[in-house]
Design a protein around this ligand. Structure first.
Ligand code: MGD
Ligand code: MGD
Ligand code: MO
Length: 781
């Protein structure tokens, strides 16, 4: 029997275990195919358990439909030409169930659970308590969050912000679910207040892709559309696990294959979605054996991709020597590219033995891959966190772009670069100005539109913001969504940094670690999510989002929000702005809150490519933002051409007796939100504290399957000293991964990632290459 909450009529969480044994892990052997009937069953089951039958039906019929809401799962685009009924996947359905759950976290909940009690709870438990229904405050010295009125909450925040010596002592984080309207309003508030401290989740995600692509092609976004994938001859998928993280991509890949495309999967792990796939939307997918996705599975060593791309570059140049002009697209290179000669000189000298060592693959496979690239007339390169979260991520991605440029594979049908974004609107948030270093053109347009003076000094990104809070240079933290405490690296350092703040504010849908790791005063502001109906003064509002392929379209939530005390992110920003900036501030905050069309008018005036925004987003499938390389082979770089990048070759040798660890997602989580304790595709059930190790390493390091170990990371800091960090008690699971390379789940392993271990140029934490040693639990007594 559930307890009905009086105010909302929703069920209070009742069936989440209060504690569970994280080591009750069962391994069942990895599955080699993704989706299929099981996926549909899992999604329906999750929906029914957390939303009940009516909300499940209401939610799933509107998911990714023209008049419905954008899936809060990933940023993979919807297909055009009339979206299919039920364009959803298992993990999209889980993301919806997670948000549209009927469970609620009420003021009663906070009265029952002290902050110390909550701080001891596992993240899974916190995630599963339900939607937050009321604004609450934890006052200095108090041990419970208590209800607070919205107005009072805004006043407390404004007082803390005004008390700072400089606006630069405040940090305004954004996660990637925030709509374009909310993001635009938020950056306008922050810049009106006087700082560019706008770190976002992208700093930990595709920042390396942006940094690399801006140099290479002049714009930090992907150059292909979904349709392009269907025309491609060859699709590379490097460092991405689409079966779990972008499942709808698999149906597009299936179509591409039916049209004759060959797929090269470059990954240390044989991920289920890359090996075989059954489309749950199709009868043959449901009953048949599914199709093998990868034509070539390149089981690469962690961080070996740069060497792979450089080695392929050399083989392509040599093939061109044998048949001049057939491999290198001389006309494209001459007309559109700069720095080819330097690239050619460096690439001809690449040591192929080193390439084989760095990648761990054999020469025959390298030759086969080169042949595939040579014969392909249309090549697309897709990638995600396996490339972006390395020390050499930026040059690694540039090396991949070099390969495409050499063959003229940008700005034509069926070819191009495709960084596959994570959060459903992370790309849109950037377009709207969530960035600590927006260009002058954007800032001056913003100033001209509103008569404000935006600050010009660049702000802090995520890693710099943690350093600033740690060192007392920033003391107010506000998070627009996300889970800063747990998504960031070096958990102990980050938690201590947040605890030093005078105020932490979280705008959230659900409870997470960032609510219990708090400043002296802490406030939680509950916000509407993507699926919720958004009424402002009785009139229904819609928001817009941008997907991974620059398509912008509307999203309309339709479900009953968790309580009448939950506000939209736009409303929260506008109301805070009025309190903080005063009634005479030149931005018409109240008008924008009351009618989001007014926010969109401003977007049209300020954001490049968004003119006539209100009309264009209302087109049935929205509209596509301009992309000069894709649209007309124009490259807005410093040279005005596409630049071949020349960088010293880097890779990751494994020190003696050590392993290089990647931290990644299970099939049952959304970033720090843990949906469940199983990773079906990798054969893990009932727990998350596991480390996947090559069977030969298990033996060589003196362990056996099922041993419990501590993971100790070793990082050489600036002083030259080796710093150690420890994550305790993981179960060894022998797994198919290259010798010397291991894998374990994020966020349990974030404490192992040193704050200073970042990608050169993008400052992205190196979450995919942590040097560790294993220590037997028993040895420590
Ligand atoms: N269901 C679900 N969907 C999600 C998310 C989620 O947590 N759950 N998160 C969203 C977000 S924010 C993001 S950014 C994306 C993340 O999507 P992914 O990037 O697919 O996520 P990861 O789990 O980090 O997986 C990284 C993949 O890269 C491989 N890899 C690791 N290191 C290397 C390397 O050095 N070289 C190569 N070639 N491969 C490597 C890993 O084996 C793994 O397959 O997904 C988004 N979608
Ligand atoms: N070790 C390691 N660390 C990583 C990564 C990794 O691969 N390895 N990946 C990195 C990547 S790619 C990313 S993107 C970051 C993710 O970092 P974040 O985006 O900060 O983390 P999430 O876990 O996605 O945030 C989940 C929380 O967002 C809130 N939320 C959800 N929907 C909404 C909404 O609509 N509105 C509001 N206001 N709040 C909402 C909920 O309260 C929920 O608890 O983590 C990074 N950290
Ligand atoms: Mo991400």
């Amino acid at each position: 029997m559930g307890i009905r909450h009086l105010m909302t009529g929703r069920d209070v969480a009742k069936d989440i275990p209060v504690s569970y044994d994280e080591h009750a892990v069962v391994t069942t052997g990895a599955e080699h195919e993704a989706a299929g009937v099981k996926a549909v069953m899992v999604s329906l089951q999750r929906g029914l358990t957390s939303m009940g039958p009516l909300r499940t039906a209401a939610a799933l019929v509107r998911l990714n439909q023209r008049k419905g809401f954008d899936c809060p799962g990933c940023a993979w685009p919807e297909e055009h030409g009339g979206r299919k009924f039920a364009e959803f996947c298992e993990n999209g359905a889980k993301a919806v169930a997670e948000e549209a759950t009927k469970r609620v976290v009420t003021p009663d909940f906070f009265a029952r659970h002290s902050i110390d009690d909550l701080a001891d709870r596992p993240e899974y438990w916190l995630s599963q308590q339900g939607r937050i229904t009321h604004p609450v405050i934890l006052r200095a010295g108090d041990d419970h969050y208590r209800p607070i009125s919205w107005d009072h909450a805004y006043h407390v925040i404004a007082e803390h912000l005004r008390a700072l010596d400089s606006p630069d002592e405040a940090v305004f984080y954004t996660s990637g679910r925030t709509s374009n309207e909310a993001a635009f309003a938020y950056q306008l508030l922050v810049r009106s207040f006087g700082t560019n401290n706008l770190p976002d989740c992208s700093n930990m995600c595709h920042e390396s892709s942006g940094a690399s692509l801006v140099d290479s092609i002049g714009i930090g976004k992907g150059s292909v559309t979904v349709e392009d994938l269907e025309y491609a001859d060859v699709i590379l998928i490097a460092g991405q696990n689409p079966g779990t993280n972008h499942p709808r991509m698999l149906s597009v890949l299936e179509k591409a294959k039916a049209n004759g495309a060959k797929i090269i999967a470059i990954n240390p792990l044989p991920e289920a979605g890359l090996m075989r796939f059954k489309d749950p939307q199709k009868v043959n997918g449901v009953v048949g054996n599914g199709i093998g996705i990868a034509d070539e599975f390149v089981q690469i060593r962690l961080g070996g991709d740069m060497a792979l791309f450089a080695g392929l570059g050399r083989l392509l140049l040599e093939a061109d020597d044998r048949a001049p002009g057939t491999v290198v697209d001389r006309a494209f290179v001459a007309e559109h590219c700069a720095n080819f000669e330097a690239y050619e000189a460096q690439t001809r000298a690449v040591d192929l033995d080193l390439v084989l060592e760095a990648t761990g693959i054999d020469r025959a496979q390298l030759d086969r891959l080169a042949e595939m690239l040579i014969t392909s007339e249309r090549t697309i390169a897709c990638w995600a966190m396996g490339l972006t979260q390395h020390r050499h991520a930026v040059p690694m991605i540039s090396e991949l772009t070099n390969l495409l440029l050499m063959r003229g594979m940008i700005g034509k049908r069926g070819a191009g670069v495709c960084p596959v974004r994570g959060h459903s609107n992370v790309q849109g948030d950037r377009t709207m100005g969530i960035w600590e270093q927006m260009p002058e053109t954007f800032l001056s347009a913003l100033d001209a539109r509103f008569g404000i003076v935006s600050p010009r000094k660049h702000g802090m990104d995520t890693v710099d913001a943690i350093r600033a809070m740690r060192d007392g240079r920033a003391s107010v933290f506000m998070g627009m969504g996300g889970n800063f405490a747990l998504a960031t690296p070096d958990t102990h350092v980050t938690e201590a940094a947040l605890r030093k703040c005078s105020l932490t504010v979280q705008v959230s849908t659900k409870l997470n670690r960032s609510h219990v790791v708090h400043g002296t005063t802490a406030i939680i502001l509950p916000s509407l999510g993507r699926t919720d109906k958004d009424l402002q003064q009785g009139s229904k509002q819609q928001v817009s989002v941008e997907d991974s392929m620059s398509m912008v379209h509307l999203s309309r939530g339709s479900l009953q929000p968790p309580s009448d005390q939950v506000r939209s992110e736009v409303a929260i920003v506008a109301e805070l702005a009025r309190t903080l900036l005063g009634p005479d501030h030149p931005v018409p905050w109240e008008e924008m809150r009351a009618d989001y069309d007014r926010v969109r008018d401003a977007i049209a005036a300020v954001v490049p490519g968004c003119d006539d925004y209100n009309r264009k987003v209302r087109q049935p499938d929205g509209f596509q933002l301009p992309h000069p390389p894709r649209d007309s082979r124009l490259f807005p770089t410093t040279t005005g051409k596409a630049n071949f990048a020349v960088n010293p070759l880097e890779w990751i040798p494994v020190p003696e007796g050590r392993l290089v660890l990647q931290t990644l997602r299970s099939h049952d989580q959304y970033n720090t939100t843990i949906y469940g304790l199983d990773d079906r595709y990798r054969g893990v059930k009932g727990g998350r504290r596991v480390i996947f190790v090559n069977p030969d390493d298990v033996v060589a390091l003196g362990f056996s399957e099922g041993d419990r170990v501590d993971l100790v990371s070793e990082f050489t800091g600036a002083s030259g000293d080796v710093e150690e960090r420890r994550a305790e008690d993981f179960l060894i699971v022998p797994y198919s991964t290259p010798v010397g390379n291991a894998a374990a789940y994020y966020p349990e392993t974030n404490s192992l990632v040193a704050l200073d271990h970042v990608a050169a140029r993008s400052n992205t934490p190196v979450s995919k290459a942590v040097t560790i040693r294993l220590e037997a639990r028993a040895a420590r007594g």
